[in-house]
Design a protein around this ligand. Structure first.
Ligand code: ADP
Ligand code: MG
Length: 270
């Protein structure tokens, strides 16, 4: 019997983009939130998405993980079109929505960490990290327990496994949330302003864990206002405003913005 979903997964091809976003649009009713976003993320790299509030960063991230449907455009993860499959008909190819099981399989490759940690309050750190492997991944409790210990050690919480969220600082809770995502062995980790809800003195420990995970070769897309982190850890910087990518390039664009829009945004966060 198979006990781990990850075993039947193909290894991603390291020479091809882990994520391809092609001319993606999103509208909520009349509100056109994403207006043709295109982006590629290579495996093992870190992409930082910057931009003012309301520019569509969270919507884009949520779309990569199929928490939002898209109005137009395509997103490929590990070379596979997400959300849809192309079917040949007598009228030519048409797109069919994937069933829930296929979507769940695609989503299992991606771990996500939010601004709010959303830990289960009635479960210990260990219980929180074991939850998805046991209930979604079909892993045995014993194996999930072992794995949760490994992941909590990895984020520096080996001595806090039996603590409940209320007994942990915000920074520790966010590190549990990261361990929880890592326990599903994702190919890609998405972070949506993971330090924005933290007291300033707790930001560093979370960024430190993210830096470490990046150093271990994880493909990461990080929405953040932490310019130091973006400059030092990101391979690619994407500046969004009003639903479009305004500037994109290596970390040096933070120090040499080409547009007034990016320059004035940087003035507000640096
Ligand atoms: P950011 O993360 O850059 O602050 P968001 O992606 O959260 O921006 O939001 C972009 C725009 O889309 C905002 O104007 C927001 O109000 C709107 N929006 C986001 N989610 C929804 C939704 N579910 N329904 C309607 N409008 C939404
Ligand atoms: Mg957001």
């Amino acid at each position: 019997m198979k006990t781990d979903q990850s075993e039947d997964r193909k290894q991603p091809d390291s020479s091809k983009p882990a994520i391809i976003i092609r001319d993606v649009h999103k509208a909520f009713g009349d509100l056109h939130v994403l207006k043709g976003i295109s982006l590629e993320v290579m495996p093992g790299t870190v992409t930082a998405i910057l931009g003012p509030s309301g520019s569509g960063k969270s919507t884009l991230l949520r779309m990569i993980n199929q928490l939002e449907t898209r109005t137009a455009g395509e997103i490929y993860v590990n070379g596979e079109l997400t959300g849809y499959r192309q079917v040949e008909t007598s009228h030519g190819p048409v797109l069919q929505t994937l069933d829930d099981k296929a979507i769940a399989r695609q989503r299992a490759r991606i771990g996500m960490v939010f601004q709010r940690f959303n830990l289960f309050p009635h479960m210990t750190a260990l219980g929180n990290v074991m939850e998805a492997p046991v209930h979604v991944g079909g892993v045995s409790k014993a194996k999930a327990h072992e794995e949760a210990e490994v992941q909590l050690d990895r984020v520096g919480l080996g001595d806090r496994m039996d603590y409940y969220p209320a007994q942990l600082s915000g920074g520790q809770q966010q590190r549990v949330a990261i361990a929880r995502a890592l326990a599903m062995h994702p190919d890609i980790m998405l972070f949506d302003e993971p330090t924005s809800a933290l007291d300033p003195e707790l930001v560093g420990e979370v960024l430190g864990v993210m830096r470490q995970v990046a150093g271990e070769g994880m493909t990461m897309v990080v929405v953040t206002h932490e310019m130091g982190f973006a400059r030092e850890v990101a391979d690619q910087i994407v500046f969004m405003d009003e639903g479009v990518v305004v500037e994109q390039g290596g970390p040096k664009i933070i120090d040499h913005p080409a547009t007034d829009r990016f320059r004035s945004f940087l003035d507000t966060v640096l």
